[in-house]
Design a protein around this ligand. Sequence first.
Ligand code: PGA
Length: 257
Amino acid sequence: MKKRSSTAIIIGNWKTSPASLKEGLAFVKSLEKKLAAKKLAKLGYYLAVPDLFLSELASCAKYGTIGVENVSGISTGAYTGLQTVHMAKSAGAKFTLLGHSEVRARGETTEDLAKKVSQALSEKMMTVLCIGEAKRDAQGNYIAELEEELRKDVSMVNRALFENLIIAYEPVWAIGKDVAATPSECFEAVIAIRRALASLVGIDHAKKVSILYGGTVNKDNARTFIKEGGVDGLLIGRASTSVSTFAEIIDSCRRRE
Ligand code: PGA
């Protein structure tokens, strides 16, 4: 089974950016030039991009790993408008996000999501599963909510397939806002997630699953999550759509220690 990486895993979630393929290609070229100039190219980076731009961005990226923001749980059949994991892989996707709260809010059910997670992992697609509580309560009930969410989302997955799973802790109350979670709030959730993973697949497998934080990450707070929040990397929305900010974040998170 893979080891957790000693380099922070920095993933941009582009959502509906950029407006055109031309801008996307210019972004990747400019980001890679900047990283190369700072001798950071080897660290790499990840970008979850709109499906329509996947193939060309994947061909353009030399140091980056390009993935998709969602994928269906079906392998083939009469499903107008859906795309399969196999299609995404053949167009160059090396990973997929799944279970993002914005997708759940549009009606993705836990059952749909569990199928997607199982389909992606069974096709050996690296899967970044997003989980997070809607709000925090003083009694700490959100911890049980998180654990339950995780358990349901991976309920169809064989433990041998966990090696391609990454969990992104994304508290819904901190996504797209002005204020992020604090590193200690993040740390608490990471412990709960690791404990839930251990009870699902055993401690040895659980220790090897990388956990990321997402929700209003910016260049000023990024490193504190890595240093004090107990995470192996970050999932970044808005701040991943500016070349200079994204490059600064990659630079500031160079090592996990
Ligand atoms: P944000 O988005 O960084 O803009 O808060 C994070 C996400 O949606 O993954």
